[in-house]
Every structure is written in C-alpha cells, then in structure tokens.
Design a protein around this ligand. Sequence first.
Ligand code: 5GP
Ligand code: ZN
Length: 125
Amino acid sequence: MSEPGSRDRHRDPTCVFCRIVAGELPSTVVHADDELIAIRDIAPRAPTHILILTRDHIVSAADLTAADGPLLGNVFATAATLARSEGIADRGYRVVTNVGEWGGQTVDHLHFHLMGGRSFTWPPG
Ligand code: 5GP
Ligand code: ZN
C-alpha cells in the first residue's frame, strides 16, 4: 500500500479506474493525454458530469505533493477546455475532488468531477 506522498504510483489491477485507463473496461472518453484521461460519469449528477482521471494510480488528493503542481495545472486547464467545449464555461461550473469516506470518495483513484449545466448549492450536502 502506498504512503501519502509516495512515488509508488503503479497500476492497481483491482482498481476500476486503472482498468478504465488501460482500456479493459468501457468508458466514454472525452479527453486523453499522457497524464490524464477524461470520461463521462456513469451516473451523472448534472447535465455535464465528466471525471478527469490521472493515468497513474494515485489514491486521492491526500497523496499529492508540491511536485505534482504541473499535473494539477494540466487537470485544471483540461477542465477549462472541456467546460468550453461542453458549453458550460460561460455560466460557470464546479471542479471537485472528494477525499476519503467523509469527503464522499467512493473510488480510491484520484479524479476530479467537472460538473455543469445547472446551478449548485454551497456548501455541498
Ligand atoms: P467519488 O464518489 O469517488 O468522488 O466519484 C466516483 C465517481 O465515479 C462517481 O460519480 C461514480 O458515478 C463514477 N463511477 C464509478 N464507477 C464508474 C465506472 O465504471 N465508469 C464511469 N464512467 N464512472 C464510474
Ligand atoms: Zn487506480
């Protein structure tokens, strides 16, 4: 098991998102580069609900370090590009990552929800 901040980011063959990244499970891919893929959420909670996944198996944002700055820049730039192509940029959207049980994380592989097409309340429930 990886420690927080560990560089040990190998694929986990039991991880559903690692299997999606590897193409072993189907998904609707809307973006792919050497660090990330973005797919449509299987159970969308908004008119646009995209998941931006790291290709590496990173358990959550709790495992990120300052060295991941470029990776995170790519995440948010990708989110902004997708928001424009989805037509949700003008009215605004939400980018969120859930961490751990109380944070609402259900898949232990780092991902960012890009959600838009409706308004959202704050704070989240
Ligand atoms: P979390 O609850 O960890 O923040 O977000 C996990 C998200 O992954 C949920 O919104 C859930 O609907 C989505 N999800 C879970 N399994 C799959 C899958 O096999 N394919 C896709 N496209 N989304 C999934
Ligand atoms: Zn994984």
